[in-house]
Design a protein around this ligand. Structure first.
Ligand SMILES: Nc1nc2c(ncn2[C@@H]2O[C@H](COP(=O)(O)OP(=O)(O)O)[C@@H](O)[C@H]2O)c(=O)[nH]1
Ligand SMILES: [Mg+2]
Length: 311
């Protein structure tokens, strides 16, 4: 591959986004890329795998690494998700730890703070206090000081991933701390996931947002077919897996109402992501206890990895 000419002062490297579930890691990544390449939802644990988001600028290439949120796992899937986030800590040039400043520190934030303490001195660390748009001005200083007191060795920047406050400033700061280096990926690459994988996550996120109680967390999605149909767009058929027969009933809903709702929402998201029309065909299958089944986890794309520091 020809490496394109880049200026002498070109900077590049990996920025790992870490934090507890639901603080806005994936939202921030999509905002930096100005494109929805990772799934976002108001449910925790929407992100289950590590995914790259590649931002190519004239003077820099920033490779963001989105991760599942650190949490207390209740099954093998959760344990694996934590190890994916842990592995990213070891591999990146910069760790960007994200917290939700609209709420006081939560128990899972302390897991993240512990991870930060364990980082070696050679690792560059940034702290972003996100969702400042949800705070009243008079709460801001107090809350910022609270978070800051828990991490006295790193300065935090208050941002709104969704609203934009300080987002450009954060990007600028990150780029300044990246090492000088080449453009690692061609400029047309924006993620290491293909459309099929992104579609799986978008369908799962759509389902997670419509379902309640434990059901959002027992599903996973496999795309069975992704066919190009020229000017007619794409035909996608996918299976949503659940753990029990009763959950299958909930997913289908009365007269298929829930499936239609999820299908419409997911189709819209996939159309936005891919920029073309999509015909989406969904079915549901039961795969008993898949979140604790090693073979099923591997098939769904959650391999068992070991890290230097096991969680
Ligand atoms: N108000 C507000 N909501 C946000 C912001 N950033 C993320 N969110 C919301 O927080 C929820 C979780 O976001 P997500 O990016 O999936 O979090 P992740 O689990 O850390 O990747 C979603 O409903 C987002 O729309 C923000 O800056 N302001
Ligand atoms: Mg996420």
């Amino acid at each position: 591959m020809d490496s394109p000419a880049v200026p002498k002062d070109h900077r590049s490297g990996f920025v790992g986004l870490i934090g507890r579930p639901n603080v806005g890691k994936s939202t921030l990544l999509n905002a930096f890329l100005k494109q929805n390449v990772v799934a976002v939802s108001f449910r925790p644990q929407t992100t289950r795998r590590r995914q790259l988001g590649i931002l190519t600028l004239p003077n820099a290439q920033v490779i963001f690494v989105d991760t599942p949120g650190f949490h207390q796992p209740h099954h093998q899937l959760g344990e694996r998700m934590n190890t994916y986030a842990q592995a990213v800590l070891d591999d990146v040039d910069i760790v960007l730890a994200i917290f939700d400043i609209s709420q006081p520190p939560q128990p899972e934030d302390y897991l993240v703070i512990e991870k930060i303490r364990e980082l070696g001195p050679s690792k560059t660390l940034f702290i972003a206090l996100n969702k400042v748009d949800l705070l009243f001005d008079d709460q801001r200083t107090h809350r910022q000081e609270h978070f800051q007191s828990l991490m006295p060795n790193a300065e935090g920047i208050v941002i709104s991933a969704a609203g934009g406050e300080n987002r450009d400033q954060l990007l600028k700061d990150l780029i300044e701390k990246l090492p000088l280096g080449p453009r690692y990926y061609p400029e047309e690459d924006i993620t290491d996931f293909n459309e099929r994988q992104i579609a799986e996550d978008l369908i799962r996120a759509a389902a997670m947002q419509s379902l309640r109680e434990e059901v959002p967390y027992v599903i996973d999605v496999r795309v069975d077919e992704y066919l190009e149909r020229g000017q007619h767009g794409a035909y996608i058929s996918a299976t949503i897996f659940v753990e029990r027969q009763s959950q299958k009933g909930i997913l289908i809903g009365k007269g298929g109402k829930m499936m239609r709702k999820i299908g419409t929402h997911a189709r819209r998201e996939i159309e936005n992501m891919s920029g073309r029309r999509v015909y989406l065909d969904l079915k549901v299958k039961v795969l008993k206890g898949w979140r604790n089944d090693s073979a099923a986890l591997a098939r769904f794309g959650y391999p068992n990895i070991t890290t230097q520091q096991s969680t």
